[in-house]
Structure formats: C-alpha cells, structure tokens
Write a protein that binds this ligand. Structure first.
Ligand SMILES: Cc1cc2nc3c(=O)[nH]c(=O)nc-3n(C[C@H](O)[C@H](O)[C@H](O)COP(=O)(O)OP(=O)(O)OC[C@H]3O[C@@H](n4cnc5c(N)ncnc54)[C@H](O)[C@@H]3O)c2cc1C
Length: 389
C-alpha cells in the first residue's frame, strides 16, 4: 500500500508537492479556500517565478500559462539615474496567484488527487497525524501550524524591515525591453515594476518596499481601492518621475477591488522537521522559510525546497519515515536556504561598498549587468558576491 501523505496548504509549495508526489504516494491536499474563493480573494504576492522554478513546474507537469508576459530583463535604477539593463539567462513570469492557484487546484482535482476543504486547526493535528505517514506543513506565512524550532542563526531580525505595498494596475506602459524594473531610492526603499498576467489580462504590478517611516511609507490609513490608487499615483509622481511618465492618468486603475495589498513581513527561518507522536512532519515554503520579498525569492525558494523534499522521499520510498528523513531534507536544502536568506536580509540593509561598486560598473559593462541580474535566478551566486568576495 502507498504511504499516505497529508499536505496542508494549497499555495506554491503545497501545489508543486501534490503534483510531484501523487503518482507514487497516496496524497491528500488539505486546503482552506475553494478555487472560486481564491479567484475572488485579495492578491498576496508579486509572484515572479524565475526560470529554475518554471523548469521544476514543467518537470512535474504543472499547468503552464503561455499568455504570461515573458520577463527576460531586469532594469536597474539608482534614484533618478538609470544604471543598466541586465539579461536573465532564462524566461521568468508572474501569473496572479489567484488565477494560478485556482487553475492548478481544478487541474489536480481532475487528475483524481484528493482535496479536502477546511482550515486545519491546531487542536486536530494529533488526530490528523494518526491518519498519515507524513504531514507537510505548507501553510505559508500564516503558519507554521507545528512547533518547528526557530533557526536563530538565520533569524537576525525581530521586526519587519520594509512595508510591502502592492497594486496590480492597468494604464502603465511597460519598460523596454520588457522586464522587471527596480528603482532604489536610498534611505526610502525600492519600487519594483513587474509585468504580469491576471484573469483580466496583462497588467503592471507596482510594488513599493518602503522603509518604515520613510517617504515611501505613505499608505497608512488607506482603506479603499480608490484611495490606494490615488495615493500610488501621487507617490509615483513625487518620487518616481520616470515611472510617472509612462502612466496614462485616464487609464490608471487597479484591475479589481481586491488587487491591492499592504503587509509587512518579519523574516524567520525554522528547522523544517518535527516528530508528532511518532509521525514525521516536514515544513516547506513560507511556513518555515519566511523572508522579506525584496529579492522576489519566496515562491522560488518554496519550489526549490519542494523539489528537494520530493527527492528526499523518493530516495527513502521504501524505508520507514522517521526523523532521519527530516535531517536528510534539511541537509539537502540548508546551503541554498542559508544563501537566499542571508542575501535577502542583506538587501534590506545599506548595500556593502563592493556591491555598490559592482552596480556602478554594470552601467558600462554588460557582462557585469548580466551577472548581477542572474543572482535572482541563482541566489547562491548572489550570496557568493555579497559575502565571499
Ligand atoms: C508583497 C509580496 C511580494 C512577493 N513577491 C514575490 C515574488 O515576486 N517572487 C517570489 O518568489 N516570491 C514572492 N513573494 C513571496 C511568495 O508569495 C511566497 O513566498 C509564496 O507564495 C510562498 O508559498 P507557500 O506555498 O509557502 O505559501 P502560500 O502561497 O501563502 O500558500 C499557503 C496556503 O496555505 C493555506 N493555509 C494556510 N493556513 C492553512 C490551514 N490552517 N489549513 C489549510 N490551509 C491553510 C493558505 O490558504 C494558502 O493557500 C512575495 C510576497 C509578498 C508578501
């Protein structure tokens, strides 16, 4: 009989895990919202999936969204000065998670994967553990549900380093060549512009990472879509004139009433395994590796770790699943998680001098520009540049 796995959470981590595991194991996806509720819900992310993540999704035969804008470059601006346009090695995309998650859950159901609707509560974890050989906590940033110990070495902050302010807009002309545009306003924060696909078609995501109490932290008290749009327009006009120049004021609006978000993340990393009354519990995604979105890596890390979790289970398919499996999974992911976490945390602080010099050099050297942009596809390379050179 196949081993039984309960995956709690139907986000980036839970969905990829369900695809990768359902052919070899008896998988149940325990999810909290139905696809239609997700479609109608609030945006939660800017969800850029870099090329390695898209390759993993192909590997596990997840549904593709060909209509998504193809992101092949990253434009980098410091203040009002354009520094460089670097080329990614492979295509990246951003598909509204509301659309992607709902579509993927429908597809899993069609393939016969068992989906159980209902929020999993802490007081049912022990009885749930009796029904499975393995539980996977993929509950995202509202998790974890289980008491995974905090990894203190990778958890230096105890408060959010940025306020995250996101809106999905129409009426913004894309940068050329089309790609992500990053503008750093030293001492204030960053603006990311991301071409994306939503149910309403192609949009531009405007994503402000505001340093708390700085000039971009100007959305306090904003409660409606209308106020959010007006505030975004005035902030862009005052501080990001190049972006403002590409806005058509008559067409500038949110794609829908739920297409805006304000949040703030306190980064925290947990050890991703735990035994509950003899049942192994593993964590994957934000539930155990929660980072500020400044480097756009949360989905990509969730996808990387989900693949490593799959490989771990396949390597021990026939043996009993105990704590040793958790140790093996942690060992496989540890160096990547350390690299992405330390790089991401460093990006929320003033940049080291040698990195500022590299950014300046990239303005006149395409090879350096491409190397910097590749960091987003391969975080260990970023870590190397920040800490090991
Ligand atoms: C503003 C912002 C911008 C971002 N931009 C990017 C980006 O460009 N690129 C990138 O890679 N990452 C980005 N991220 C991070 C990325 O969105 C997350 O890292 C990623 O979605 C994590 O996937 P996950 O599966 O762990 O969690 P989620 O995608 O959050 O999914 C968790 C799921 O668990 C469910 N759940 C929660 N609790 C329970 C429960 N008790 N019972 C049942 N189900 C439950 C939830 O309903 C949800 O479906 C961004 C984050 C933010 C906040």
């Amino acid at each position: 009989m196949s081993k039984r796995i309960g995956i709690i959470g139907s986000g980036t981590a839970g969905l990829q895990l369900a695809y990768s595991l359902h052919k070899d194991f008896d998988v149940t996806l325990l999810h909290y919202e139905e696809p239609d509720e997700i479609r109608r819900g609030r945006i939660q992310s800017t969800q850029v999936h870099f090329h390695p993540t898209l390759l993993r999704e192909q590997r596990f035969l997840m549904p593709e969204t060909d209509a998504a804008p193809s992101i092949r470059t990253i434009h980098f601006n410091m203040g009002q000065q354009k520094l460089f346009v670097g080329r990614l090695k492979g295509k990246a995309t951003s598909v509204d998670q509301r659309l992607a998650y709902a579509k993927t859950m429908d597809d899993l159901a069609r393939q016969g994967v068992r989906l159980r609707n209902g929020r999993v509560m802490r007081n049912e974890l022990e009885s749930l553990a009796e029904s499975y050989e393995l539980l996977i906590d993929a509950t995202g940033k509202s998790g974890p549900l289980f008491s995974f110990p905090v990894d203190a070495e990778l958890t230096p902050f105890h408060t959010p380093q940025r306020k995250c302010i996101v809106g999905y807009f129409t009426g913004v002309s894309p940068v050329e060549p089309e790609g992500i545009s990053i503008t750093v306003l030293p001492g204030a924060g960053e603006m990311f512009e991301i071409p994306a696909l939503t149910e309403q078609g192609r949009v531009t995501i405007l994503f402000i990472e505001a340093q708390p109490d700085g000039i971009l932290d100007a959305f306090k008290g904003v409660r409606t879509a209308r106020d959010f749009t007006d505030r975004m327009k005035s902030i862009v006009q005052d501080h990001l004139p190049e972006v403002y120049g590409r806005i058509d004021p008559d067409r500038f609006s949110l794609t829908d009433e739920a297409a805006y978000l304000q949040t703030a993340i306190t980064p925290v990393v947990h050890h991703p395994y735990f035994m509950l009354n003899g049942t192994l519990v593993l964590g994957c995604g934000d539930s155990v590796i929660l980072a500020d979105p400044i480097t756009g890596q949360g989905c990509n890390t969730a996808s990387y770790c989900a693949e490593q979790l799959f490989e771990t289970l396949m390597a021990h398919k026939e043996s009993p699943w105990d704590e040793q499996i958790g140790i093996d999974y942690r060992n496989r992911t540890k160096s990547y998680v350390t690299a992405v976490t330390e790089w991401t945390n460093a990006m929320t602080e003033p940049l080291p001098e040698h990195i500022v010099q590299m950014l300046t050099q990239a303005a006149t050297d395409q090879e350096t520009a491409d190397r910097i942009v590749h960091w987003f596809e391969n975080p260990p390379k970023a870590h190397e540049a920040f800490f090991l050179t």
